[in-house]
Design a binder for this molecule. Structure first.
Ligand code: ATP
Ligand code: MG
Length: 1080
C-alpha cells in the first residue's frame, strides 16, 4: 500500500518535463527553458531516458536525507521525480539482482558537480547495501578515502573551489548478496604543475594550506614549518583563503580519514614530512656565479632551507646541493657532468618538487588501495564510478598541455558514450529484430584519432619530437604538427599549409586549435615538450634515493644506481594515453549509467542560471542528439514478463492471472488498451515502446486501475468487515441477551429468596423472642422466689447464730495466727537446714517457745533421716563391719576398760595369713572351713600361769589352737562345746573359754588365753556361735571368775599390779585355787 503513495512522480505535478524525451517541441530553447524552469524550482535533476542531467545548485538542498534514500530504495526508475538516487538504485539493483557489472560515468566541466555526484552515488549505495560490523567498516573506509584524496588532489581554481586536479576511477566490489567487499581506485594524471605555480586567483593543493592552518605548533615545529603562508614561494598568495572553507577543520578531517582508512601513525607522519619538504623546496633560491671558463654557475643563496630539507628527509646536504648544481648525462659508456645555470637550477628544483608531490599522490592511492582491497577471492560484482576532470577551456589564459590531455580524455569519454548509448541502442534494435531507421549523430572518433593515432596523432608527434636528437623546442613541435595535421578537418593552425587560417588573427602563431566535440580549443604550444618529457635530472632522483626517509627512498626507485636504466622513461602523454585506453576497455565491459553534470553559472552562485553557459554545455555534451536518438527509437523497453506483471491489471483477460506465453499476454493487453500500433514494437525478448507518453499513459492507467482495485479491495474488505462485525454483533447480542436473562432471573430469584428468608426470620425472631420472654419471666419468678427464700433463711440463721459469733471469733483468729506462725516456722526451717553429715551438731535455734517439743522432735527425725541416708551409702562389707562394731559396743561398752581403745581399731580377723605362708600349709590343709579369726594368742599354762604362743583359729564351727612354729593343731573345740567366755573389766587381754562339761575338748579343762584383740575375738566368737548354734554365748565380765582346770576349779583374780614390766599384765598361779593376774 505504502508503495502506491507516490508523492511526486514523472506523472504528478511535474515542474516542466521530467524526461526530456517528452519535451514538445524539442529544440535548444525549449530544452534550456525546461531545465531553467526546473532549476528555478530547485529541481536539479532531469532525465533523458535513463541518463540523468544534474545541474549544480551551488546550495545544499534537502533532497539527500535518509528519508529520501528510503523513498528511492527499490522503486522503479520512472516512478518518482528524477534524482541521482534513482539512477544509483537502478544501477545497484541491476548489479545485485541481474549480476551485471555497472559503471557510473559522471561527466561535465569543472565545477559542474561531478565529484559531489560521485560522492552522492557512493553514499546512496552505502546506505542501501548490506549492514553489519564488517560491511560497515568496508563502507566507512571506502567513503573516507574521498577526503584524503581530495586534500592531496583537489585545489581551488577560478572555476571551482574544490576542483579535482586528477582523474579518479573507483571500482567498488560487491559479493553475490550485494554487500561491499572493497574497492580499487585508479588515478589519472595529477596536475602537478600546480605544485610550483598557480594561475591568478587559484591555489595550490589544499593539503599545503590545511597543514599550515590546522597542524599544532608542535607538529609544525617537527615539520620545520611556519604557520605563515607568505613564507612559502609555492603558495599563491592572492587567494590563500577560500570563503566558506575551514582549512584547519579540514586538516582534522583528513587526519581522521587517514586513520580510518588504515594509515599507520608513522606513515601519516612520513606523508606530511614529504609535503613539508615540497613546500620548503620552493624556498630554495639560486644566484649566478661566474666561473673561470666564462660560464655561469648557480649557487644556493641561503643554505639554511636546504639544510632543513635534508634534516627532514635524511638526505646528505652535500649530495642535494651537488644535485642542484650539476647535471650528469650518461650515454652508453660515457658519463658527462655539466654545471647548471640559475634557470636550469630553478627548473631542476621545480621538477623535483612536482615529481616528489605527484609520486607521493600515486603512493597514497596505492596505499589506500592496499587498505580497501577486498579480502576474499570470491567472484565479485563491480560498480565503477568515474569522476574525471571535466572538459576545460580557458578563455583568458592559454590552454596548455594539461588541458590538452584533459580534453583528450573527455573526447574518449564522449566516444564511449556514443559507443555505449547511441551505438549500443541501435544494435539492440537489430538484436531484437526491430525495424529501425538509422539516426545520424556526430561521432567524435575522428577527433580521438587526430590526437591518439599512433603515426599521425598529435601525441605521437609530440613523443617523436621529444625523442628526436638535436634541438627540440615547442616551436619545432608545432611545425611538425603543421606539416602532419594540416589537412585534418578538426585541426587549425596559422602556420599550417592550409590557407584557411592564414588570416585568422584570433589564432596566434604559437598556438594550434582543435575542434573538439565540445567546441574549439586553442592550445598554446609553450611547455608541451617539457611537460611531455617530464624530465627529472638523474642526479636529483639519485639524491632522493639516498635519503634515509624510507617513503622518499621508495618514491624514487630509479635513483638506485644498481637499477640504472639508460632508456628514457615513457612520456607523460604516452602514459596517459595508455591508462585512458585501459580505462575505456574496462568501461566497455560494464553496463553504463550516465550522469551529465551542468554548471549553471560561472560565479559559483546559487539560483543563477546563465542560459548561454548552459546552452554551450548542452551542445558539447550532445544532449539534444541524445534526446533525438531516444525519441527516434523507442524510449522504453522491458522484458515481456515484468511488463505483463506490471500492467496485467489493465485487462480482464490478463487479470489476475495470464496462462500462456508472456509475449501473447502483452499483445492481448496492448490490443485491449487500443494502443496505436506505431507506438510499440515486439522484440524477441522485449516490448519496445516508442514514446514515453505511451508508457506514462500506461502508468496513468495502472495508477487509476490500482486505485480502482484498491477501491474494490477496500469495498470488499469493508463489506467483509461490516458483515463479520454484524455477525459478530448478532452472535454477541444473543449471548448478551441470554446472559442478561439469566442474570435478571437470577436476580429475581435471589430477591424472592431473600424476602422469604427475611419474612421467615422475622417470624422466627418473633417466636423466639416470645419464648425467650416467657423463659426470662419464669426465671425471674424462680430467682425472686429463691431470693425471697434466701433472705428469709438468712434472717433466720443470723437471728439464731448472732449469739455465737463473737465467742468463736477469738478462737478462729488464734488458730489462724497459729497456722501462719507454723507455716512461717517451717518455711524458715527449710532454708536453715544444717548439713547432711551425721556428726554435724548444728541445729537452728528455736524461734517460738510453744514449738519446743516440735523443734526437738524435728531435730531427732532429721538426724535419724540423715543417718539413714548415710547408712544407705554403705556397702555390704561396711555394713558387716559396723554390725560387728555395734555388737561389740552392746557387749562391752561401759563394761570393759579395754573397749574404748578398740573402737578405732578395724576388725581384721585374719591377722595371720595362713594360706599365703607355706609354713602353715599343713594347718591350712587341716582346716577346710572359712577362717574367721587367725591370730597368735598367749595360752596361759594351767599349772604355772606362764604364757605360750599359740595360733588361735576361729572357723564357722570350731575354735582351734595350733602350735605357732609347726602349725600342728593342739586342740579343736566345736563351737557348740563353748559355754561361756569370761574376762576382767580391766584394761587387759585375758579371757577364759569355758567348755561344756564332759565334752571331748574339756579333758584338760577350760582355756585361759590372752590376746591383743580381745574385744574383736570375743565379739566374733559371740556372733559366730549365735549364727551356728542359735544360742547367745554367755560373756561374763568380772574381775574374779572361776575356771575348770582338769578336776580343779580355779579362781582367776585380777589385781592392781606394779608397772615393773611396763604395761604388760603378769599372771601367777598362787595355789590350787587361785591364779592371780596383775594388771598395771
Ligand atoms: N548536488 C550538489 N548540491 C550542492 N552543492 C553542490 C552539488 N554539486 C556540486 N555542488 C557545489 O559545487 C562545487 C563544485 O562541485 P564539484 O567539485 O563536484 O565539481 P566537479 O565537477 O568535480 O569539478 P572539477 O572538475 O573541477 O573537479 C562543490 O564544491 C559544491 O559546493
Ligand atoms: Mg571534481
Amino acid at each position: 500500500m505504502a508503495k502506491m503513495e507516490v508523492k511526486t512522480s514523472l506523472l504528478d505535478d511535474m515542474i516542466g518535463v521530467g524526461d526530456m524525451v517528452l519535451l514538445e517541441p524539442l529544440n535548444e530553447d525549449s530544452f534550456i527553458n525546461n531545465l531553467k524552469k526546473r532549476f528555478d524550482h530547485n529541481e536539479v535533476y532531469t532525465y533523458i531516458g535513463s541518463v540523468v542531467i544534474s545541474i549544480n545548485p551551488y546550495s545544499s538542498l534537502p533532497i539527500y536525507t535518509p528519508e529520501k534514500v528510503e523513498e528511492y530504495r527499490n522503486r522503479n526508475f520512472y516512478e518518482l521525480s528524477p534524482h541521482i538516487f534513482a539512477l544509483s538504485d537502478e544501477a545497484y539493483r541491476s548489479l545485485r539482482d541481474q549480476d551485471k557489472d555497472q559503471c557510473i560515468l559522471i561527466t561535465g566541466e569543472s565545477g559542474a558537480g561531478k565529484t559531489e555526484a560521485s560522492k552522492l552515488v557512493m553514499s546512496y549505495v552505502a546506505a542501501v547495501c548490506g549492514k553489519g560490523a564488517e560491511v560497515n567498516q568496508v563502507k566507512e573506509q571506502l567513503l573516507q578515502s574521498n577526503p584524503v584524496l581530495e586534500a592531496f588532489g583537489n585545489a581551488k581554481t577560478v572555476r571551482n573551489d574544490n576542483s579535482s586536479r586528477f582523474g579518479k576511477y573507483m571500482d567498488i566490489e560487491f559479493d553475490f548478496k550485494g554487500d561491499p567487499l572493497g574497492g580499487v581506485i585508479s588515478n589519472y594524471l595529477l596536475e602537478k604543475s600546480r605544485v610550483v605555480k598557480q594561475p591568478r586567483g587559484e591555489r595550490n593543493f589544499h593539503i599545503f594550506y590545511q597543514i599550515l592552518s590546522g597542524a599544532s605548533e608542535d607538529f609544525l615545529c617537527k615539520l620545520k614549518l611556519e604557520r605563515d603562508f607568505s613564507r612559502y614561494n609555492y603558495l599563491g598568495l592572492d587567494s590563500a583563503k577560500v570563503n566558506g572553507v575551514d582549512d584547519a577543520a579540514n586538516f582534522r578531517t583528513v587526519r581522521n580519514a587517514m586513520q580510518i582508512v588504515g594509515f599507520m601513525d608513522h606513515e601519516t607522519q612520513s606523508v606530511f614530512e614529504v609535503v613539508a619538504a615540497v613546500l620548503k623546496l620552493g624556498n630554495i633560491e639560486f644566484k649566478p656565479e661566474s666561473r673561470v671558463n666564462g660560464l655561469d654557475e648557480s649557487k644556493i643563496k641561503d643554505k639554511n632551507e636546504v639544510k632543513e630539507i635534508c634534516e627532514l628527509t635524511g638526505i646528505d646536504q652535500s649530495v642535494l646541493e651537488r644535485a642542484f648544481s650539476f647535471r650528469t648525462v650518461e650515454a652508453k659508456q660515457e658519463k658527462v657532468s655539466t654545471t647548471l645555470n640559475v634557470a636550469q637550477a630553478y627548473y631542476a628544483r621545480d621538477a623535483l618538487a612536482k615529481n616528489l608531490y605527484s609520486r607521493l599522490f600515486s603512493w597514497l592511492v596505492t596505499r589506500i588501495n592496499e587498505s580497501i582491497k577486498a579480502q576474499t577471492k570470491v567472484r565479485k560484482k563491480v560498480m565503477g564510478v568515474l569522476d574525471i576532470y571535466g572538459f576545460e577551456i580557458f578563455e583568458v589564459r592559454p590552454n596548455s598541455f594539461e588541458q590538452f590531455i584533459i580534453n583528450y580524455c573527455n573526447e574518449k569519454l564522449q566516444q564511449i558514450f556514443i559507443e555505449l548509448t547511441l551505438k549500443e541502442e541501435q544494435e539492440e534494435y537489430i538484436r531484437e529484430g526491430i525495424e529501425w531507421t538509422h539516426i545520424e549523430y556526430f561521432n567524435n572518433a575522428i577527433i580521438c584519432d587526430l590526437i591518439e593515432n599512433n603515426q599521425t596523432g598529435i601525441l605521437a608527434m609530440l613523443d617523436e619530437e621529444c625523442l628526436r636528437p638535436g634541438t627540440v623546442t615547442d616551436e619545432t613541435f608545432l611545425e611538425k604538427l603543421n606539416q602532419v595535421c594540416a589537412t585534418h578537418q578538426h585541426f587549425e593552425s596559422r602556420m599550417s599549409k592550409c590557407s584557411r587560417f592564414l588570416n585568422d588573427t584570433s589564432l596566434p602563431h604559437s598556438c594550434f586549435r582543435i575542434q573538439h566535440y565540445a567546441g574549439k580549443v586553442m592550445y598554446q604550444v609553450e611547455g608541451f615538450v617539457d611537460k611531455n618529457n617530464d624530465l627529472l635530472y638523474r642526479d636529483l632522483s639519485q639524491a632522493m634515493w639516498k635519503a634515509s626517509h624510507s617513503l622518499i627512498k621508495a618514491l624514487f626507485p630509479e635513483g638506485n644506481p644498481a637499477k640504472i636504466n639508460l632508456k628514457r622513461p615513457p612520456t607523460a602523454g604516452s602514459q596517459f594515453k595508455a591508462s585512458v585506453a585501459t580505462l575505456m576497455k574496462n568501461l566497455q565491459t560494464k553496463n553504463p549509467n550516465y550522469i551529465r553534470c551542468i554548471k549553471p553559472n560561472d560565479k559559483k552562485a546559487a539560483h543563477i542560471f546563465n542560459d548561454a553557459l548552459v546552452c554551450h554545455q548542452i551542445r558539447y555534451l550532445g544532449l539534444l542528439e541524445n534526446v533525438r536518438v531516444r525519441r527516434a527509437g523507442y524510449a522504453f523497453r522491458q522484458a515481456y514478463e515484468p511488463c505483463l506483471e506490471r500492467y496485467k491489471m489493465l485487462c480482464k483477460q490478463t487479470w489476475p492471472h495470464w496462462r500462456g506465453p508472456a509475449r501473447d499476454g502483452v499483445e492481448v493487453l496492448f490490443n485491449e488498451l487500443e494502443i496505436p500500433e506505431e507506438e510499440f514494437s515486439f522484440g524477441r525478448s522485449k516490448i519496445f515502446i516508442r514514446n514515453p507518453r505511451t508508457l506514462f499513459k500506461l502508468e496513468d492507467l495502472r495508477k487509476q486501475r490500482l486505485e480502482d482495485l484498491a477501491t474494490l479491495i477496500e469495498k470488499i474488505y469493508r463489506g467483509w468487515k461490516c458483515r463479520t462485525r454484524f455477525l459478530l454483533m448478532k452472535k454477541s447480542q444473543i449471548v448478551i441477551a441470554s446472559w442478561y436473562r439469566r442474570y435478571s432471573q437470577q436476580k429475581k430469584y435471589q430477591k424472592i429468596k431473600s424476602s422469604a428468608i427475611i419474612v421467615q426470620s422475622y417470624i422466627r425472631g418473633w417466636k423466639a423472642r416470645k419464648l425467650l420472654w416467657e423463659l426470662k419471666h419464669q426465671k425471674r419468678c424462680n430467682e425472686a422466689a429463691t431470693i425471697i427464700a434466701a433472705y428469709w433463711h438468712g434472717t433466720q440463721v443470723r437471728r439464731e447464730y448472732r449469739k455465737f459469733f463473737r465467742a468463736n471469733a477469738g478462737r478462729k483468729i488464734y488458730e489462724f495466727t497459729l497456722q501462719r506462725l507454723m507455716q512461717k516456722y517451717f518455711l524458715e526451717m527449710k532454708n536453715k537446714m544444717p548439713s547432711l553429715s551425721p556428726i554435724d551438731k548444728n541445729w537452728p535455734a528455736r524461734p517460738y517457745l510453744f514449738l519446743d517439743s516440735t523443734h526437738k522432735e524435728l531435730k531427732r527425725i532429721f538426724h535419724l533421716w540423715r543417718c539413714k541416708k548415710y547408712r544407705d551409702q554403705f556397702t555390704d562389707q561396711q555394713k558387716l563391719i559396723y554390725e560387728e562394731k555395734l555388737e561389740a559396743s552392746e557387749l562391752f561398752k561401759d563394761k570393759k576398760a579395754l573397749y574404748p581403745a578398740s573402737v578405732g581399731q578395724p576388725f581384721q580377723g585374719a591377722y595371720l595369713e595362713i594360706s599365703k605362708n607355706p609354713k602353715y600349709k599343713k594347718l591350712k590343709d587341716a582346716v577346710d572351713e572359712k577362717i574367721i579369726i587367725a591370730e597368735v594368742v598367749n595360752k596361759i599354762n594351767r599349772a604355772n600361769g606362764k604364757a605360750t604362743s599359740r595360733i588361735f583359729l576361729l572357723t564357722k564351727n570350731n575354735v582351734l589352737l595350733a602350735d605357732q612354729k609347726s602349725g600342728n593343731i593342739k586342740s579343736e573345740v566345736p563351737l557348740g562345746d563353748v559355754t561361756k567366755v569370761s574376762m576382767s573389766s580391766q584394761n587387759d587381754g585375758f579371757f577364759a573359754v569355758h567348755l561344756k562339761e564332759g565334752s571331748e575338748a574339756a579333758g584338760k579343762g577350760d582355756f585361759l588365753l590372752s590376746s591383743d584383740h580381745l574385744i574383736e575375738m570375743a565379739t566374733k566368737l559371740y556372733r559366730t556361735t549365735l549364727s551356728q548354734t542359735k544360742q547367745k554365748l554367755n560373756i561374763e565380765i568380772s574381775d574374779e571368775f572361776l575356771v575348770q582346770f582338769r578336776q580343779d576349779k580355779v579362781c582367776v583374780k585380777f589385781i592392781q599390779g606394779s608397772q615393773k614390766n611396763g604395761n604388760i599384765p603378769t599372771c601367777k598361779r598362787k595355789n590350787n585355787r587361785l591364779l592371780e593376774v596383775a594388771v598395771p
